[in-house]
Design a protein around this ligand. Structure first.
Ligand code: ADP
Ligand code: MG
Length: 489
């Protein structure tokens, strides 16, 4: 699609959602196309809650300015929809365009302030100046500031609520932050399920060390990004620079190391970096979605290195901690919500702190969009939809468990090597469901089924698909397993 240079300011004609804000017509049109793309990519609930409230403002100096209702809203979309929005906008615009978010908490004030155009801050250094600046009711943020350290300054120990479920991990993290490389907790490995605060905790270590003002080079990186950078360095023949860069880090934080599974070369290389840093007394902090020992596809020598330090877990929070987290979050976000509703949410959303936060923000968003009071009924509606949305995390283990129950065969046979037909068919069905219902790659799925490679998974998938087409009973069986898994959510 061609970019339109023509930029027409219109005012009162635009009804939704900012009645009198000065909007740029070309930005409006492009955003409309973008909305059509996003509608197909996101669930209805996500689209309504997180995309519809966004107002396109203008295109200026090759930046696309979007207005969002609150800092929390911004953080949420940045964390969950950053790439989806950017990709869809690039598709609608015809090429990539950086997105700048303007946060407005008060529409009237915004309208007054919109002319002249508010400035956008971009301050890509790690210090307090990265915190969104507030001027009257308006905050401007450049998303994803590229800190040298990769840290997000919002993750601090101050905002981390302590509870029985995380107190040991928190104490270890504090000890490391106060004396990086100087404790026996090297490496510090924090593991636990999704949304339980691992990223928050490991980033808090980094942020505290950065803030201590000591000349320490801190790097936070996800294992996925590390892998991509590593492959890139090999392809561009830059491996010397890559090594040099990692060799000079004082505190290396690698998040979600489960994504190293099955990536032999990356693991080998990481092993060398690990050794080099550890020998120099540099601190290493890692997170993982399960105990590294249980991680399939991770090299034994890497696992044994991890055991040099401390491995500690974070558990799902108990009721008191969940209440405390909701209270802390509503107070920092200035959300007025009664103790009764907080307790109701905390009692019903039990497994994941990200879900808890999602419900709180969903309740506020729904209350303001639908002009409803925040009460138990509203909370019920939101919990139902948010939990449904979140629990799309079916794991391969869930699938293996259900399939083995259904066919009355032990789970380890499913994961094993046997080629007996009574095992092969259920195994193929389990692989098929894993591809359909999880985000795991073919390689990862193969690893969970006795270390098979991706071509075996593709073969299994095609076999099940063919069988479903040709055999109504088979089809019914697979579909009923699928709906059982989905309805458990
Ligand atoms: P994980 O990395 O384990 O998937 P995150 O660290 O991303 O989880 O946490 C999910 C959300 O829950 C984040 O917004 C985080 O700030 C919040 N959170 C997690 N644990 C706590 C806690 N103990 N106190 C306050 N907020 C928390
Ligand atoms: Mg995380």
């Amino acid at each position: 699609m061609e970019t339109q240079e023509l930029s027409v300011n219109i005012s009162s004609e635009i009804e939704k959602p900012t009645k009198t804000a000065v909007l740029d017509l070309s930005a409006q049109q492009i955003w409309q196309d973008c909305l059509n793309i996003l509608r197909n990519k996101l669930s209805n609930l996500n689209f309504k809650t997180w995309i519809e409230p966004i107002v396109p403002l203008r295109i200026e100096q090759n930046n696309f300015f979007l207005q969002v209702p609150s800092p929390f809203f911004f953080e949420w979309i940045e964390e969950h929809f950053y790439k989806t929005i950017n990709d869809s906008l690039a598709q609608a615009y015809g090429k990539e365009i950086p997105v700048q978010y303007i946060i407005s908490q008060d529409e009237d004030a915004l309208n007054e302030n919109l002319s002249p155009v508010p400035s956008v801050f971009s301050s890509p250094r790690v210090d307090e100046t990265n915190v969104p600046r507030v001027s009257n009711n308006q905050i401007s943020i450049t998303p994803k500031p590229q800190f040298e350290s990769g840290l997000n300054p919002k993750y601090k120990f101050d905002h981390y609520v302590k509870g029985e479920s995380n107190q040991f991990a928190l104490a270890a993290a504090l000890a490391v932050a106060n004396n990086p490389g100087g404790t026996s907790f090297n490496p510090l490995v924090v593991y636990g399920g999704v949304g339980l605060g691992k990223t928050h905790l490991v980033q808090s270590i980094g942020n505290q060390v950065v803030r201590s003002g000591k000349p320490t080079r801190v790097l936070y990186i996800s294992s996925e990004k590390f892998t991509v950078d590593f492959v890139d360095a090999i392809q561009k023949n830059n491996i010397a620079d890559f090594s040099n860069f990692y060799g000079n880090i004082d505190l290396l934080i690698v998040d979600d190391i489960q994504f190293f599974a099955g990536k032999e070369k990356t693991q080998d290389y990481f092993f060398h970096i690990f050794n080099a840093l550890h020998q120099q007394g540099k601190q290493i902090v890692l997170s993982c979605d399960r105990s590294p020992k249980e991680l399939k596809g991770l090299n034994d020598r890497l696992i044994s290195r991890f055991q040099w330090g401390l491995t500690t877990d974070v558990q799902p929070p108990d009721l008191e901690t969940r209440i405390a987290i909701l209270k802390a979050k509503s107070s920092t976000e200035n959300i007025e919500i009664s103790h009764e509703v907080i307790e109701f949410v905390a009692s019903n959303v039990t497994t994941n702190i990200r879900e808890l936060e999602g419900c709180l923000i969903g309740i506020t968003a729904r209350a303001s969009l639908e002009k409803r009071v925040i009460d138990i009924d509203l909370a019920k509606d939101v919990i139902r939809s948010v939990i449904g949305e979140f629990r799309t995390h079916i794991t391969i283990e869930d699938i293996q468990r259900l399939v083995s129950q259904q066919f009355c065969i032990p789970e380890d046979l499913l994961r094993g090597k046997t080629r007996k037909q009574e095992v092969v068919t259920p195994r193929q069905i389990a692989m098929y469901l894993s591809k359909e219902l999880t985000n795991s790659s073919l390689n990862t799925i193969g690893l969970h089924f006795g270390g098979r490679d991706h071509s075996t998974v593709i073969h299994a998938y095609q076999t099940v698909e063919d069988n479903m087409k040709n055999d109504a009973k088979h089809r019914q069986l697979v579909l009923s397993l699928k709906s059982k898994l989905e309805s458990r959510l």
